[in-house]
Design a binder for this molecule. Structure first.
Ligand code: FDA
Length: 307
């Protein structure tokens, strides 16, 4: 029951001010956010790759309100790519971007987001890596898929995310699997109405398995974005049945969540990529992590009370 309330709060400016100003917030935020700037995350990148993990880097931020903020978001990614260059990690460190941070919701936003994301994809390709477009709420997805298709004409490695909770996703998966995309499948983290999405956990899990089967049997590169032990085991089984080798799919999890499981899978020879978020505009990202697990909220509330 708490999840939808927290997700609604994730879009509230008043809550943003309250939560961000709470003195203990930072301790809890640190569990999910790898640092405030590039200087903070470079050691994290070294540490995770040193432990056999790969990364997808997210400069946190979304729902910006001016073209200047969108340009600043683009520049933050370009700075990151510049700092990644001497590390020579190639695809071991890729980027995840939210198009709303690149101006997608502004006037002329589709074109603006494409214009801002293209130089990031180009710069990533220059250092031998790639970009994945995150999936945000369902109203943004036609634009995201169109931008994905456009970018893939020049950069076929560009990935995208699909969300199992949406009714539309089975059809999206069939299309993407047939055209050989890199596709991250997740359950979905936004507050969606019952007219477009499954609301029941079990139905979402069943949809996840159906969609994953489509991706595994298709021509693309499936990226299993989940911490759910059952879905991880099913993912391994479906990959095996589809005759995929270990380098023909990967697991992805979030920084700070089920780290031992990330290391266990990597030790078994799986490719495991850690979605590593950093930056100062962490509010929306943080609130979605709280909504996914009520225990996180209890931990947060307890730290506030004991302070
Ligand atoms: P589930 O929520 O059932 O969790 C399974 C278990 O994992 C829990 O029992 C718990 O142990 C652990 N766990 C999960 N979330 C936790 C948390 N926040 N804190 C502590 N423990 C937790 N969504 C989206 O809409 N668009 C996107 O682009 C992305 N991108 C993305 C990238 C990657 C790499 C991942 C892993 C996830 C996303 N998501 C996302 C988020 C996704 O939609 C979903 O909300 C979360 O992954 C939680 O779902 P699980 O599949 O992990 O299962």
């Amino acid at each position: 029951m708490l999840g939808p309330v927290i997700l609604a709060a994730s879009r509230s400016d008043r809550m943003r001010r309250l939560v961000s100003a709470a003195p203990v917030t930072q301790q809890v935020v640190d569990r999910f956010i790898a640092g405030e700037d590039v200087d903070d995350v470079v050691p994290v990148i070294r540490e995770l790759t040193g432990r056999g993990l790969e990364l997808t880097m997210d400069v946190v931020g979304e729902d910006i309100t001016t073209p200047a903020q969108a340009a600043a978001a683009r520049d933050a990614y370009l700075e990151l790519i510049d700092r990644l260059k001497p590390l020579e990690l190639g695809t071991r460190a890729e980027m995840s971007v939210k198009l709303s941070m690149f101006g997608q919701a502004l006037d002329g936003g589709h074109e603006l987001a494409l214009a801002n994301v293209r130089p990031v994809v180009e710069a990533a390709a220059e250092i031998g890596t790639t970009v994945t477009l995150d999936a945000e709420d369902h109203t943004t997805l036609d634009s995201m898929f169109a931008i994905h298709e456009e970018l893939r004409k020049d950069f076929p490695q560009t990935g995208c995310v699909i969300q199992a909770y949406l009714f539309r996703t089975e059809a999206d998966a069939r299309r993407l699997a047939a055209n050989g995309s890199r596709v991250r499948l997740v359950k979905g983290a936004y507050k969606e109405p019952g007219s477009v999405a499954y609301l029941d956990k079990h139905e979402i899990d069943r949809a996840y398995v159906r969609i994953l089967r489509t991706l595994m049997e298709g021509e693309g590169y499936p990226m299993i974005g989940s911490h759910d032990p059952r879905l991880i085991a099913i993912g391994q089984e479906l990959a095996h049945r589809a005759g995929r080798k270990l380098d023909e799919y990967e697991f992805q999890m979030l920084y700070g969540i089920r780290t031992e499981e990330q290391l266990r899978l990597a030790a078994e020879g799986h490719r495991v990529r850690v979605y590593t978020a950093y930056g100062t505009d962490w509010y929306g990202y943080f609130m979605r992590r709280l909504a996914e697990k009520p225990a996180n909220l209890r931990f947060f509330a307890r730290s506030m009370l004991t302070k």
